[in-house]
Write a protein that binds this ligand. Sequence first.
Ligand code: Z5A
Length: 205
Amino acid sequence: MSGIFITFEGIEGVGKSTLQKGLAEALEAQGYSVLLTREPGGTKLGEKLRAAILSKEQGAVAPVAELLIMFAARAQHVEECIKPALAAGKVVLCDRFTDTTRAYQCGGRGLPDAWLEQLIEMTHCGLTPDISFWLDLPVDEALGRAKNRSEADRIEQETKDFFERAREVYRNLASAEPQRVIRLDAASLPQALIQQALEVFRQRV
Ligand code: Z5A
């Protein structure tokens, strides 16, 4: 595939969407063709699954059901959107991907990593992001930002410990895969984060 696959990761409210949009504008201004997308979502089916799984009215969801819904949305997203965009040479900027499942469903909910590996094989075997920007911020600060911004959805209502476990998974991923998972200090100004992400992009392309 000739395109570039970039994902934005981190706990709630750290600034993923802000960086995704800022980087898209900067890359488009340089002549790149960019696809902005998100998970869960990005397709008609994925957006319906997103609405269902994040709805507060839904109430409790079995962790395994949550895991499978994330991967059902992902399977559709990869086939319908991500692979064709990469084949067309686009830069795909995706707000969250499988690292979130590692952090939330395995780290947060405690589901076994081995289940996730099987689902990866089924849904996006051989497709790994070229760069994953991990926006890192202490949990209290991140949740504070998310709270100021909008009403909490079902998963945002989780405990502080849940997000501490998720953050720990991101920390481990960044140390295990330093070439792919790039930690950015989310306390930096939005413009500084865009410049740092652009620099990483330039080094890789
Ligand atoms: N989920 C899952 O469990 N498993 C999976 O496999 C997948 C997802 C794929 C998706 O929601 C939910 O699905 C998510 C995980 C779960 N959990 N929940 N809920 P989402 O990704 O749409 O929601 P989110 O993580 O909560 O994103 P967010 O709230 O949109 O946050 P964000 O994108 O990281 O931040 P933002 O919207 O860019 O910024 C938040 C606020 O901070 C806003 O007021 C900004 O103006 C401000 N901001 C942004 N950048 C800065 C900087 N640099 N400094 C200061 N202030 C800033």
